[in-house]
Design a protein around this ligand. Structure first.
Ligand code: ASP
Length: 441
């Protein structure tokens, strides 16, 4: 007998911003009986001027806990949910919930508790609308008392709880510690919750429904109408998300990648579009030389020079120690024979520069240290780069033709990415040159 398919579907805030979107979500869920586990975000913006419920909650809590007047913000939040209830004629009242939330805010229950209520209330409404069971994330997503996420305990609790639950709505973004205190993931963390649910129920697919039809090959604010990424590997997703392609929370990949559960990014407003599929391996037909181009500005490079660095045993260990003792994780470490550079976010460098310099001098006794604080990083990702010759030549030629000076090059050891450092002001120019030469040509 064929195994019954299971899909976990996460719907982002823009997909659940109002009653009209709730209806679209219901249609999507009902169109496929495999969509049994649903993870919602809090209501997002209904228009560009609108506010996300999560932002309203943070503000309302700040007001309530500092003794300021919070009624206006609380009323706005209440109305967002009440409008959905009224328009969908749901037989649900959130009055008792709002009374509890108000008391908790006045009792300083914490910012994370406050923010989590957006997903909590939305999941109650969505569960009622779909006729699915509501499962509170506080019961199943586990954190320790310091707010560190516990992945294996979560997997245990979630899979046990959902084992005999055919269809459920589990709010995204938060969980709790054993004492019941609420903890949240970082912003956009419902993507992570969706991935955890997908893992726990051994889903065949993790669908992530949002307001765009998947990943684009480059940032549309830099490239006009860029091509879409139809398919990519988990490794490529990780590279692109880390480098700023912001469709999916960068930590959402881990729970599903380990189980080999594919992720599909889809558009709630265009459900016929297959969006982007992310899998462990892709077929030969899906092979393209360049998967995506992404980047970020505002990095700093600290370059250390010391004669015969290459033969000094333990030099790199001491270098890393200097960063470890200042609690800094770095981005890249390009090296030569007698020089090595450490690339890190510029704000982090500015904040800790005296301490970093002191550690470097004490531990390494370098000949020279130079710092460049005008650095943007651009990464070209593509598993296909390995097998196509001439890519490197095109890569560097196009930047030369565009008069972009390359300050640093780092070819990832897995050969699916190549990162270059350029001046911040050359950032957009570099991306345009690379896109035109590598993708359009
Ligand atoms: N509502 C939260 C946020 O705005 C979490 C999420 O949407 O994933 O960040």
């Amino acid at each position: 007998m064929k195994k019954e398919q299971i899909k976990t579907a996460k719907f982002g805030g823009s997909s659940l911003a109002d009653a009209a979107h709730f209806r679209k979500v219901k249609e999507i869920v009902e169109a496929d009986p495999a969509r049994r586990y649903i993870v919602p975000s809090a209501p997002g913006r209904r228009s560009p001027e609108d506010e996300k419920v999560t932002d309203l909650l943070y503000r309302c809590y700040e007001e309530a806990s500092s003794g300021a007047d919070y009624h206006n913000s609380m009323e706005k939040i209440r109305k967002r949910y009440q409008d959905i209830i009224d328009e969908l004629s749901l037989n649900v009242s959130l009055d008792a919930q709002f009374e509890k939330i108000k008391q908790a805010f006045l009792g300083c229950a914490g910012e994370e508790y406050a923010a989590s209520r957006g997903e909590y209330l939305n999941a109650i409404l969505l569960a009622a609308f779909l006729g699915y069971e509501f499962v509170d994330a506080a019961e199943v997503i586990r954190f320790d008392k310091y707010g560190n996420f516990q992945s294996e305990r979560t997997n245990f609790f979630l899979s046990e709880r959902l084992k005999n639950t055919r269809c459920a709505v589990i709010p995204g973004f938060y969980g709790a510690d054993d004492a019941g205190n609420i903890h949240t993931f970082s912003r956009g963390g419902s993507d992570v919750s969706g991935a955890l649910v997908a893992r726990a129920v051994s889903a065949d697919l993790y669908e992530n429904w949002t307001d765009v039809s998947g990943f684009l090959l480059a940032d549309p604010s830099i490239i006009h109408d860029p091509k879409k990424i139809h398919a990519m590997t988990f490794g490529e997703l990780r590279e692109l998300s880390y480098r700023g392609a912001s469709v999916l929370h960068e930590e959402a990949v881990f729970p599903v990648r380990r189980e080999g559960i594919p992720i599909q990014i889809r558009n709630t407003n265009d459900p016929a579009d297959p969006g982007t599929i992310i899998r462990r391996q892709l077929s030969a037909e899906e092979e393209v030389p360049i998967t995506g181009i992404a980047g970020k500005k505002e990095f700093a490079a600290i370059s250390i020079a010391k004669n015969c660095m290459n033969s000094e045993i333990g030099f790199i260990k001491k270098l890393l120690e200097a960063f470890e003792e200042n609690k800094i994780s770095f981005e890249h470490l390009p090296s030569g024979i007698d020089t090595v550079s450490v690339i890190l976010p510029r704000v982090e460098y500015e904040e800790k520069k005296d301490a970093i310099m002191a550690s470097l001098r004490r531990l390494l006794d370098p000949d020279k240290i130079e710092v460049d604080t005008d650095l943007a990083l651009v990464t070209v990702v593509g598993r296909g780069m390995r097998s196509v010759s001439g890519i490197a030549a095109t890569f560097f030629t196009c930047l030369g033709v565009a008069h972009v000076n390359i300050k640093m090059i780092d070819m990832g050891s897995n050969e699916i990415n190549c990162t270059i450092g350029v001046k911040n002001e050359d950032f957009e120019k570099a991306i345009r040159a690379l896109y035109h030469a590598l993708v359009e040509a």
